[in-house]
Design a protein around this ligand. Structure first.
Ligand code: SF4
Ligand code: SF4
Length: 294
């Protein structure tokens, strides 16, 4: 492999990219990104981005400055945290605060791995900024590479000030996702794909995504079970056995992540032992936020 020793070490110490790392190394999610530029049919925008996070009580949005303070405070008590990530509550690339936050973190904690999770729509457009931020691990939620399937999963996108729906929206999203993944692999980032398994919609198609990812040099694929809500409230989520069957079918093409915890966008600590804001004994009630702005 063409991975550098430094990259290899960082991956070995990333709790999501390496199952062995999950008991020793932690991650800190900074919820600085409320806005989102697409509408997934399984998302009602009242909670965290479902593409990376479990919706529960919505995370409180932090300003970049507050995010830095929170990082300082949490790292002091949890030095085993190796990864600082931005995963919502909306789409990180749709929020300038994401880049400002990364700049603060990089300046103050140069040893930590910076991580992002995105729907990928703005990846090509904001790629230079992402690279300047020194982001090393990137997750793209890729639910379909066929626009006729993707158009069943999203209802619209906002792109370059325009609203697109149906097949046109699906085509733009897929094109940008694939282009962005290629750019990231070429730039030496380690790329993970999140794919939401939606029975009756993309279940039989996911193997095609895996084959495509093999050719693109994606490091790992995370097949996540649908959380049925919003327009997809009536779809029965896959059983563990159904998900495992899809993972096994995809495994020959791309390494499978099997230990995802569908964390909140403000989660921190070890994957199996979350210390999110919700669990902190601060006694403060969290506000419900709405990710949509445009
Ligand atoms: Fe919701 Fe946007 Fe995340 Fe889709 S990408 S799950 S619409 S926040
Ligand atoms: Fe890792 Fe999954 Fe949690 Fe993301 S949602 S930080 S991939 S365990």
């Amino acid at each position: 492999s063409c991975m550098s020793d430094e990259t290899r070490r960082k991956i070995a110490e990333h709790p999501c990219y390496s199952p062995e790392a999950q008991h020793k190394f932690g991650r800190l999610h900074l919820a600085v990104a409320p806005s989102c530029n697409i509408q997934c049919n399984y998302c009602d925008r009242k909670f965290d981005c479902v593409n990376e996070s479990r919706p529960g009580v919505a995370s409180e949005v932090l300003s970049p400055k507050n995010a830095l303070e929170r990082t300082e405070q949490i790292l002091k008590q949890n030095p085993y945290i190796s990864v600082i990530g931005i995963a919502g509550p909306g789409d990180p690339l749709d929020n300038d605060e994401t880049f400002e936050t990364f700049r603060f973190i990089r300046e103050n904690f140069p040893d930590k791995t910076l991580c992002i999770s995105t729907n990928g729509l703005l990846l090509p457009d904001r790629f230079d900024e992402l690279q300047e931020s020194n982001v090393e691990t990137l997750t793209v939620t890729l639910n379909a590479i066929d626009p006729d399937i993707q158009k069943e999963i999203i209802s619209m996108i906002y792109y370059n000030g325009e609203k697109y729906e149906g097949r046109a929206a699906a085509e733009i999203l897929i094109e940008n996702q694939l282009k962005g993944i290629k750019m990231a692999v070429a730039a030496g980032m380690t790329v993970k794909i999140n794919t939401v398994l939606i029975p009756g919609i993309n279940d039989k198609h996911i193997i095609e995504i895996a084959k495509k990812m093999n050719g693109l040099g994606v490091y790992i694929m995370n097949v996540m079970p649908l959380i049925n809500q919003a327009a997809f409230a009536d779809i029965v989520p896959p059983t563990d056995a159904e998900r495992k069957a899809v993972q096994d079918a995809c495994a020959p093409y791309v390494k499978q992540m099997k230990h995802c915890r569908q964390c909140r966008s403000d989660a921190y600590g070890l994957l199996g032992n979350d210390l999110s804001v919700e669990k902190k004994a601060c006694g403060k009630e969290l506000k419900t936020i709405t990710a949509s702005k445009k």
